[in-house]
Write a protein that binds this ligand. Structure first.
Ligand code: TRP
Length: 333
């Protein structure tokens, strides 16, 4: 039996090439060696996305993106979090084994509290209880399936520590019911810059989308920030944001040739941006057609996700039954 790897994708923005390099590509690789469960964390998104249409649209975008990029739903169990009622049942049970202080110290929650305090507002202003208990729901996502390995970005490291802590507390009180998961932290995600050089992130408004129409890809590429060196000036490729993105998509020879050109002089930023754009078109152009076709047939997307949920629930049911029994609840009739 293959070990289980699981990760959640929060549908809060149109997927961009930072998501692709940092999460989607490595996750698709990992799916070769593990039984992968990848899901769209729509109930996590509900802590911030309160527009029904938008939440549905974002969910479909994530689903279509992963499928267009090669996720095979016959191999990967691909589903919506909200299609798995057991997640919410387990979430409650786990919340009874989660120290409130642990949640008080969660970075995501603390950051909003700190903002409120700095701005002279009441501490918990605009914080809903869902935001506060977010890590418990995430622990349920993971523990419900006996997950061994959870690949996440650095920003989720603390959530994984909370998950392990809660699982150990639960196991300590009963017998070893829950599998303790390991986090695989992808630190390199941080080094993929957005068009302004900061980490590529929707919240910085510096992203290059994967499957937007060509002109909406070209626009941010043209806006990548550079210094004012002339083409003939020698330049440090490592300091150039165009190169930092280019190197992830081009083959090794092309990267080496560009490095030379930067160092020896002769590289124009405008031409380099055009090349990056063409490279992105070559990488994603065909897949964009598939993406658009999927987005036009959301019934088919629903069907794929429903099938995934069925498979996921088959794994979840016996584990949830064990948890209920451990805490002293009767089996469902
Ligand atoms: N919290 C994660 C994020 O913001 C998404 C997520 C939800 C997740 N549940 C998960 C990730 C379980 C890994 C495992 O990106």
């Amino acid at each position: 039996m293959k070990q289980i790897t699981l990760t959640g994708i929060k549908p809060t923005g149109q997927p961009h090439i930072g998501n692709y390099l940092g999460m989607i590509k490595p996750a698709l690789e990992l799916a070769k060696d593990y039984q992968a469960l990848y899901f769209i964390a729509d109930y996590h998104a509900l802590t911030t996305v309160k527009d029904k249409k938008q939440l549905q649209e974002l969910t479909y975008q994530v689903a279509a993106t992963w499928l267009a990029l090669g996720l095979n739903p016959d191999e990967v169990i691909f589903y919506r979090q909200s299609d798995i009622p057991e997640v919410f049942e387990l979430s409650w049970v786990l919340s009874c084994f989660t120290a409130k202080g642990l949640l008080n110290r969660a970075h995501a929650y603390k950051a909003i509290v700190d903002d409120n305090v700095t701005a002279g507002r009441e501490e918990d202003k605009n914080i809903n209880a869902g935001l506060f208990t977010y890590p418990v729901l995430m622990a349920a996502d993971i523990l419900l399936f006996g997950t061994h390995v959870v690949p996440v970005g650095l920003d989720q490291q603390q959530h994984l520590e909370i998950t392990r802590d809660v699982a150990l507390t639960f196991n300590g009180n009963y017998s070893n019911v829950l599998t303790i998961p390991e986090a695989v932290i992808r630190e390199e995600v941080m080094t993929i810059p957005g068009i302004d050089g900061r980490k590529m992130s929707k919240s910085y408004n510096n992203v290059i989308p994967i499957f937007a129409p060509s002109n909406q890809v070209l626009k941010p590429v043209k806006r990548i920030v550079t210094d004012s060196k002339r083409p003939e000036d020698p330049k440090d490729p490592e300091a150039c944001h165009i190169f930092s993105i280019y190197r992830h998509f081009a083959d090794a020879d092309a990267v080496a040739a560009k490095q030379e050109l930067y160092l020896n002089g002769g590289l124009a930023y405008g031409a380099m941006k055009q090349e990056l754009f063409e490279l992105l078109e070559a990488t994603f152009g065909k897949k964009r057609d598939r993406y658009n076709a999927l987005m036009e047939n959301t019934d088919a997307l629903d069907e794929i996700l429903e099938k995934g949920a069925e498979k996921a629930r088959a794994i979840a049911a016996p584990i949830m039954a064990k948890v209920r029994k451990a805490v002293g609840m009767r089996p469902y009739v």
